[in-house]
Design a protein around this ligand. Structure first.
Ligand code: GZL
Length: 339
């Protein structure tokens, strides 16, 4: 099976870990610009003044998040941009507090990855009133209100869920009793991966989800929930695990082995992210497929920051370009992985 690339860019798709979002000079409406202040250009940046960015990160819950944070910090340092960074430990109130602090300290741009999709209108309105542009990194908000942010850079989670299910249809011939480990309750990746996965299942009645519970994107919770699944009355029927991220899948692998079953054989496992640990599990024959979700957003995020500060328009939605990797490719691919 060869690596399939999916280009889903709405207007500008990004090469993995690589090129800048399309910054168009086209006439479409430019994003909200800060009023030019004396001595500053229309973008609000004083030529030569160090750009300051505030980033409110979800937390450090997974290998994906660690790689995402590193990409952001490395890119800011590389560009000489001052980065105020906050780890919210997966708590929305901490992210809101951090965003308010960035507004108070008048950063040039605010970026954040919403831990859950809802509950952002008020604080984003405060940022808009303060004329501080906001970039959504990785995750969307719900309801989507494009007036409240300059651009959203990240993956298409619905497509990721579909790809996981489409791979499973081929692998199982459309017959599966599925246990599902969902991501953080209320988060865009959890909501949308589930939505995409179930869309494919609708056309494959022989594939049913018989257990579903959140593991909060964490390894230890993934293990604990899988243990409970296996001990339940339906446990003996489970022959597939769909995990919304690799960390929960790796925790579940430990639970499956502890129950005397063979992960990757007795229970086929498909997960999402594409972190190195998933490739190691595939090489070991314990995981069968990982759907890539690119965390290396630093270059694209800071291209957008510099474009916004310079007063250039940036595409409202910029999607990552990602692939699907399974057990047949793991050995060849593992050495090329950047995260
Ligand atoms: C997806 C990202 C998710 C990852 C998890 O873009 O928001 O959060 O899939 C991470 O590993 O915790």
């Amino acid at each position: 099976m060869i690596r399939r690339w999916f280009s889903l860019g709405v207007a500008a798709s990004l090469l993995l870990g690589g090129c800048a979002p399309k910054v168009t000079d086209a006439p479409p409406p430019a994003p909200e610009k800060k009023a030019a202040e004396p001595g500053k250009d229309a973008g609000g940046a004083n030529p030569g003044k160090k750009i300051t960015v505030g980033f409110a990160q979800v937390g450090a819950e997974s290998g994906w998040r660690t790689a995402n944070t590193k990409s952001i910090k490395d890119e800011a340092a590389k560009r000489g941009i001052e980065l105020k960074f906050d780890d919210a430990q997966q708590k929305q109130e901490n992210q809101i507090k951090a965003i308010k602090a960035y507004i108070a300290s008048k950063v040039d741009v605010i970026m954040f990855s919403p831990v859950v999709a809802t509950g952002w209108e008020s604080v984003l309105k405060e940022a808009k009133d303060a004329k501080i542009p906001v970039i959504l990194s990785d995750r969307a908000i719900d309801p989507d209100n494009p007036e409240l942010y300059a651009t959203f850079i990240g993956s298409n989670f619905i497509e990721e869920g579909k790809r996981a299910a489409q791979w499973l249809v081929k692998k199982t011939g459309g017959k599966a009793k599925i246990a599902e480990l969902t991501g953080t309750v209320g988060s865009a990746p959890a909501n949308e991966r589930k939505k995409g996965f179930e869309e494919v299942l609708k056309a494959n009645p022989g594939m049913t989800i018989i257990k579903s519970q959140t593991g909060d994107f964490k390894r230890d919770k993934g293990k604990a929930v899988m243990e409970a699944f296996l001990k339940s009355p339906e446990g003996k029927d489970i022959n597939v695990l769909f995990a919304h991220n690799d960390d929960m899948a790796i925790g579940a692998i430990q639970a499956i082995e502890a129950a005397g079953k063979k992960p990757g054989k007795d229970i086929i496992i498909v997960s999402i992210d594409g972190v190195k640990a998933a490739f190691e599990a595939m090489v070991a024959g314990k995981l069968n497929c990982t759907v890539e979700c690119n965390p290396l957003l630093g270059p694209q995020l800071f291209d957008a920051v510099e474009a916004i500060v310079a007063g250039k328009p940036v595409e409202k939605r910029i999607e990552s370009k990602e692939g699907v990797f399974d057990e047949t490719q793991a050995k060849d691919e593992i050495g090329k992985r950047q995260y």
